[in-house]
Design a protein around this ligand. Sequence first.
Ligand code: CP3
Length: 343
Amino acid sequence: MAETKKLMRALAGEVQDVPPVWMMRQAGRYLPEYRATRAQAGDFLSLCYNPELAAEVTLQPIRRYGFDAAILFADILLLPQALGADLWFVTGEGPRLSTVTTQADFDALKGVGDIDEVLSPIYETVRILSRELPAETTLIGFAGAPWTVATYMIAGRGTKDQGPAHALRTENQPVFDALIDLITKGTIEYLSKQIEAGAEVVKIFDSWAGSLKGEAFERYALQPAKEIITALNARHPGVPVIAFPREAGDNYIGFAKATGADCVALDNSVSADWAAANVQVDGCVQGNLAPGHMVTGGQALIDETKRIKQAFSKGPHIFNLGHGITPDANPDNVQIMIDAIRG
Ligand code: CP3
């Protein structure tokens, strides 16, 4: 059967007059219906592990805006929890985890074979979504990239400069490398199970790739992505992978070819014209509207949306933000963006 979903067509390399569109964090706190369902669940993690309610918040932005893709509602930090780390969220601050900085900490983690004990509700969310989504909407599964997940596991929280992770990788490379390898293997299993449950595309979020430079980028951003994508392609041929090495800068060039990614997602620190000439030449790109426009709106939002659409119009493109939509965004601005894309 010919592929009719717009997002799948872009990932297959088709150039479309109107690109498919979705938004990172499209199910989130800027939506009153999300806040209501989260309150019903009790807290963020209870929402992630409740398949009916997680599917409900995934569907909310699809109903409201008719995006071309739905992204599974979950979090990149559920895998560390499944590997045995303690995980909790401090309201208004963010995630907290028990830390991994020594061989003993590493040895106390669970093996890849144990992750489904914690993660099976996530696969159930995927199954519900693959039944309930409209026929034209693509279902995207996701995981964090090993480096980004490791930065949280090592520091026990989000950090501005990923200092603790950089320190471990220079001061105790055996433990650091073992942790990267464990997360890499766990991610392959986790994403495989999401695909078996019905995810049609998977995305790998490397939010802190930009703090890896030179050889370190090669070793801890590029190589793990390549290992994950190679394994997924072997197990699930034809399932596209989107890679997001955020703030990679010049390292965006050639990333798709080197890793086997079907699409590279771009943050908003690179210009669309530069990315069209240097990254889109290798295939599909996604991004790169600055999320701040969803707060400020107005003519600048419309102009910038049209400019990005135009800059990427000669190749395959998935319209998206350069990073997640923020809680202070105005839901009306999302519709303004979509209208500017779809005309
Ligand atoms: O995009 C989506 O709509 C799908 C769901 C999704 C969430 N997190 C839900 C979430 C996805 C794809 C993520 C990815 C994620 N999680 C990343 C990578 C992308 C990025 O933002 O760089 C990272 C680094 C995390 C870890 C994480 N989760 C942090 C640092 C935080 C706290 C910061 C914040 O925005 O509050 C979270 C919480 C989180 N994950 C929320 C949501 C909707 C907000 C929780 C709430 O409702 O209070």
